[in-house]
Design a protein around this ligand. Sequence first.
Ligand code: BTN
Length: 259
Amino acid sequence: MFNRELFIRTLPTRTLGREFRYLPRTGSTNDQLRKLCMEETLPEGTLLLTDHQTEGRGRGKRRWYSGKEMNLTFSLLLSPQLSLEDSGLISLMCGVAVVDAIRAGGYFSAGLKWPNDILISGSKLGGILTERFKTENGPAVIVGIGINVNEDSLQMPGELRLTTASLFTATGEIWCRETLLAAILGAIESYDPTRPQEILKAWESYCLHVGKTIKFHHGSTMLRGLFEGLTNRGYAKILVSGQERIFSSGEIEFDDFNN
Ligand code: BTN
C-alpha cells in the first residue's frame, strides 16, 4: 500500500500534493477528482492517488491499465492562467517533470514522444491525460498521470506486454513510489507554464524523435515528415515535402526504416 507518511515527509513542494486524497480503489482518478471538485472547493495542487485504478482512461478512446499497488496512478488539480490554445503546455511540463524525477532517481534512458508519452526503448512507461473543465471558481485543469513503476511489464495482460515498459523491468530494481511521486511533484512545481521557454527546451532535449522522420496520424490522414521540434505553444513542427506544418494534435508513430 502507498505509504502516505513517507510521501509527505519527502514532498518538497509548497502547494502541489499538500492536499492529498487517497483511495485504495477507484474507477479513474481523473473522474473521481472532477467529481470531488463539483462537491467541494479543493485547493490548487490537490492530489488524488489510487492503488487500484479499475477504469483508467487514456487519450482518445484508449484505456489505461495498471496493476494493483505497484505503479503510480494519480491526478492533480491545477488552475494555470493559460488560454485554451496554450493548455497543451501543461502536459508537456508534466512529461518533462516525470523524466526529471526518473533521472534524479538514477535512470537516464526514459524519453518523451509528442505530445504526452513517456517511453523507454520505444515502449510506453507512462502517459498523461489533461482535461479542462469549469468549476464555480473558474476554469480548472485535471492532469492525470500513470507511470508503470514496479509492475513486471513482461507479465502484463495480452498485447500490453509487447508495448509497455516499467521502471522495474528496465532497471531490475524496485523503485520507491512515494519518493518518486514527491520528486515528480517537486519538478512540476519548479516550472511555470506561463513562461514556457524552459519547459520547451527541456522537452526537446528529452524528445526521442526530434530531427527524425516519423509517421504522423492526424484525423484520418497519415503523413510522413521530419519532426523539427515545438512551437512556443508546444505544437508539433513537422517538415512535410519541404514545407513546415504545425499541428496542435495528432499521433506519432516511429518510422523504423528511417530511425
Ligand atoms: C495516455 O497515454 O493516453 C494517457 C494515460 C493517462 C493515464 C492516467 S492514470 C491516472 C489518470 N486517471 C485516468 O483515468 N487516466 C490518467
